[in-house]
Design a protein around this ligand. Structure first.
Ligand code: ARG
Length: 468
């Protein structure tokens, strides 16, 4: 923010106030209230253009005489919005402190380019429904990418797990050696967790996929606004029905999305933690790809798992973002309050962090090697104790007697072959009973669903910007 302020020549003028679209405001007040919006809102340029295009089309079709916008005026607005969208993409669109946010920056740009036509764009809308809309459009696009990346990691873990499916690995409870397990069982436990996370993400996606546009300040306007039309143009499932809830849902939706992201990050944090333990030289079960480890500036010997460490901390950070939004909402009254602006950064950052963590984790896992000798060598006789006790039960010994008998002669299990032990368990979902076909089926169902949703949305957004 400081950097942005210094680069604004207006701040060096003697005047202590600035004329804005919404009043003459003290410079310090502008800086304080706009806060990080002038930087963060650069991420919302595309969404604001799409929402404004849909709004303009709706205004041009609204049954009032004379029409708020003619067909030709709408066409010109959409053409300028198209160029703003492009500037947003290449990073040349600017938001100044006097604009305060992306909404007024785009309105000002339209007015500069089109004069009176630009001044009409804000008919029947407020920045309150506009920002709620932008955030939903932005989150929709990001959630699509996040769901694709979650699926990608689930599939990576499945393929990697399948490749090493029957490599024995000591299963642990309390982190202590417990029972025979496999690399396949360990890896696909993450595949399944990620499938659950996908369900949560898609619930968040569905709740997010409704249009607040037309709610205006939260109480509608006395014009025949067609909320169904704008919702349809932006391919939302439907408008949020109650205009007041359309505004109150801001912040609430952020916590829902961050909760789903938090679940993904919990899965990733466990994955990262396991990787850090199992790649320690003392374990040596797996080796991280060297290009994914960083060295030390003083210790020539170091190979550090920084990627995994940062995934672990990002998980904490994403949870904190969720807590930040919940705290802002805790005592919030109904209706728009400026407090809501502060839920923007946690949402944008939470989405970005989760996506980046998923992508780097998938690349790291794919190139991680498995040291099967080290994995086999770590089996101590005790690891086979429970299986042995259960075996004795099969020969008619009551379980508690078998338990004590095995405990008193653990050394006798030294000769058990770990490969044999993991093959002997074949019931559903155990070391020898993993159904990789089932995982592939889930994965291909998700893949088809996500691809068709992405096509549907992309096509509609492109059509929208071409609509005369
Ligand atoms: N930048 C504001 C936000 O993110 C936009 C809405 C401003 N609305 C208002 N009534 N001041 O919340």
């Amino acid at each position: 923010l400081v950097l942005v302020s210094f680069s604004d020549p207006l701040l060096f003028m003697s005047t202590r106030t600035k004329k804005t679209t919404v009043g003459t405001i003290d410079d310090d007040v502008l800086a304080f209230t706009a806060g990080k919006d002038i930087v963060l809102d650069l991420q919302l340029v595309e969404a604001d253009c799409l929402g404004s295009a849909a709004h303009a089309i709706m205004l041009s079709r609204m049954k009032v005489k004379p029409p708020v916008l003619t067909k030709d005026e709408t066409k010109r607005i959409i053409a300028v919005l198209g160029s703003i969208r492009e500037m947003g993409r290449i990073g040349t669109f600017k938001i100044t402190p006097a604009d305060q946010d992306v909404h007024l920056a785009i309105e000002n740009h339209l007015t500069l380019a089109l004069g009176d036509i630009g001044k009409k764009i804000h008919t029947g809308r407020s920045r309150n429904d506009q920002v709620a809309l932008d955030l939903r459009l932005f989150a929709r696009a990001r959630l699509q990418e996040i769901m694709e990346a979650t699926l990608d990691l689930a599939v990576t873990m499945m393929r990697w797990g399948k490749k090493h499916a029957m490599v024995p690995m000591v299963g642990r409870t309390h982190m202590q050696p417990a029972m025979p397990s496999t690399v396949g069982l360990w890896a696909t436990s993450f595949t399944e967790a990620l499938f659950d996370d996908l369900e949560l993400l898609s619930t968040a996606y569905r709740l997010n996929n409704r249009s607040p546009l037309g709610a205006a300040a939260g109480y509608g306007v006395p014009l025949p606004i067609d909320r169904e039309l704008t919702s349809r143009l932006l391919v939302f499932e439907e408008p949020v029905h109650n205009v007041m809830y359309a505004i109150n849902a801001r912040g609430k939706l952020e916590t829902v999305i961050l909760e789903a992201l938090g679940q993904v990050m919990l899965t990733l944090s466990r994955l990262a933690q396991d990787f850090m333990i199992y790649t320690m030289p003392e374990f040596g079960y797996f080796t991280l790809p060297p290009a994914f480890c960083t060295g030390s500036s003083i210790m020539p010997n170091k190979q550090n798992p920084d990627v995994m460490e940062l995934i672990r901390s990002r998980a904490a950070v994403v949870h904190a973002y969720g807590q930040c939004c919940r705290s802002i909402l805790l005592a919030a009254p109904s209706g728009y309050n400026r407090d809501l602006q502060d839920t923007k950064e946690p949402l944008l950052e939470g989405l970005a962090s989760t996506l980046a963590s998923l992508r780097i984790a998938a690349r790291c896992v794919a190139d991680t090697t498995v040291n099967s000798d080290r994995l086999r060598a770590s089996f101590t006789p005790g690891v086979f104790a429970t299986d042995r006790a259960v075996e004795l039960v099969g020969q008619g010994v009551p379980f508690r007697d078998a338990y004590h008998q095995v405990k008193s002669e653990l050394g006798a299990l030294a000769a058990v072959d770990p490969d044999e032990a993991v093959r002997r368990k074949t019931h559903t979902g155990t070391t020898g009973g993993l159904n990789f076909d089932l995982y592939s089926e889930y994965a291909s169902d998700w893949k088809t669903g996500l691809a068709s949703e992405r096509r549907r949305v992309d096509r509609a957004m492109n059509t929208l910007m071409k609509t005369p």
